[in-house]
Design a protein around this ligand. Structure first.
Ligand code: DLL
Length: 459
């Protein structure tokens, strides 16, 4: 057993050589010229692409033409990327209005694929891709895999869902492009995941962070130690996760865990990805131009401000979105990165303009609860239940005890619940009712975890 010194913590690892190889490989690039392009050159490239893209949608998508005409903007008004603020925003409501073909910018004959959101409310979002769109998307995912140290020597286990969800197909395509041996596992069937992971010596795991934590938990139950498995890196995204959760996953699997971000509307995973510095995700800004706006006024905010993230797809052909409001709250930074990439970085999304809970008038982000749990030594297995009784909000948090924490002594449980509720009060400013529940009683997720049950029907 070796101890590898990480800037923020120590990892206890067995297969040190392999781990170090991947850390070293993480200094590589997939498309160096783009990833390290000087900013002025990148601006020029973005400008050329934007001018072309605006013409393309104005001429081919009546929905866009109407939006632009309403705002009094013509394609000729867009001469460089600095003119982007003149364009109208696009929202999820527009996508629903235009469902299914209203935003299509290429003949259906030229499209080779659709992907779709899980869309539990209203109409689903259906995104279309030409072969070129698929290629560019897979390149973006390949950049992420290479930034995590991936090479053709790696075995990449893709445990995101396959199908309409973009996670599986995106990372699958990226893994092929890098030349990794790809295990297209899809999510679920954890026993089989572990069998393939160990028998075929997977070195990279791609899945949601909550599923990674579950796989780690199951491996531990089966008696595996981090040094018994070959995994060295994980590419985790599709849902919010905290730094504390990252450290937990890194320690329990003996890996370096990288964040990856994306959304169906713009392609899927790979809109941005983390590098060895692990201080935010580089946006693939040759394909996706990022802006931060004030969600109330729509005003573009300067670099470093917190606001709503907006993306423009600069070269997507079939389903190009101009100034699409993601509803993710985020910060952008041009700070120099030690990895050598010049691509702008986005922070981990800090919540959404629409998943922020307002409980008894106070803004609550599920990630704050997760931070408290991890600080207090709990696993991030929890569920927030909000209801309204007699015009008052109720706020309950069910938290799972680990087998080590488990006790059936009522006075001990009450004491532990009080400590947790206090810590949450300090973080949030309001008092939740905390219920500690037995190990393994909160349903595990194979995709995105369901953290919030809001029974109030406030909309
Ligand atoms: O979740 C695409 C994806 C797949 C990303 C696999 C990464 C890995 P959607 O289902 O359309 O697409 O959900 C998009 O998920 O607007 C964010 O709110 C959230 N999200 C995605 N990645 C992250 C992340 C995929 N790394 C929505 N951290 C986005 C926090 C994320 N939230």
């Amino acid at each position: 057993v070796f101890v590898f010194s990480h800037p923020s913590h120590n990892l206890t690892l067995g297969n040190q050589a392999n781990y170090e190889r991947m850390i070293k490989m993480a200094q590589n690039y997939y498309q160096k010229e783009i990833e390290t392009m000087p900013i002025e050159e990148m601006k020029k490239l973005q400008s050329e692409k934007l001018v072309k893209q605006v013409k393309h949608v104005y001429e081919n998508v009546p929905y866009y033409k109407n939006l632009m005409d309403e705002k009094g903007v013509k394609p000729d008004d867009i001469k460089s990327i600095d003119d982007i603020h003149k364009l109208p925003f696009l929202t999820k409501a527009d996508l629903r209005d235009a469902y299914p073909y209203g935003l299509l910018a290429k003949p259906l004959d030229d499209c080779v694929r659709i992907q779709s959101t899980s869309g539990t409310t209203g109409r689903r979002v259906v995104a279309f891709y030409t072969q070129n769109d698929v290629d560019l998307w897979e390149d973006c995912c390949a950049r992420a895999i290479v930034a995590a140290g991936g090479t053709k020597k790696d075995v990449c286990q893709v445990a995101y869902g396959y199908g309409l969800f973009t996670g599986g197909p995106g990372l699958n395509g990226g893994s092929h492009k890098v030349g990794c041996l790809t295990l297209p596992m899809s999510s679920g069937n954890t026993e089989r995941q572990i069998q393939f992971m160990t028998d075929l010596s997977a070195t990279i795991l791609c899945c949601t962070p909550s599923y990674a934590a579950y796989i780690a938990e199951t491996l531990k139950e089966q008696g595996y130690k981090p040094e018994d498995i070959s995994l060295k890196a994980g590419i985790f995204g599709a849902e919010p996760w905290t730094e504390e959760m990252r450290r937990g996953i890194e320690e329990s699997l003996g890996i370096k865990a990288y964040d990856i971000y994306g959304l169906t509307e713009t392609t899927g995973p790979g809109v941005s990805f983390e590098c060895s510095e692990q201080t935010g995700m580089h946006v693939n800004e040759d394909h996706f131009y990022a802006e931060i706006i004030d969600p109330d006024t729509g005003e573009v905010l300067p670099e470093g401000s917190k606001g709503e993230l907006v993306f423009t797809s600069l070269d997507k052909e079939a389903f190009p979105l101009l100034r699409y409001r993601t509803r993710d709250i985020c910060v952008l930074s041009r700070k120099k990165c030690s990895c050598g990439r010049t691509l702008i970085k986005m922070a981990k999304p800090m919540g959404r303009t629409d998943d922020m809970l307002i409980i008894r008038g106070v803004n609550v982000f599920p990630s704050q609860i997760e931070t408290v749990l991890l600080n207090e030594g709990y696993q991030p297995n929890y569920q927030i239940i909000v209801d309204r009784v007699n015009n008052n909000d109720t706020f309950e948090v069910n938290v799972e005890m680990s087998p080590e924490q488990f006790t059936d002594k009522v006075s001990d449980v009450l004491k532990m619940e009080k400590v947790l509720a206090n810590a949450m009060k300090i973080m949030l400013g309001i008092n939740p009712t905390v219920h500690l529940v037995a190990p393994k009683t909160i349903a595990r997720s194979e995709g995105k975890a369901v953290r919030v049950i809001d029974k109030r029907n406030l909309i």
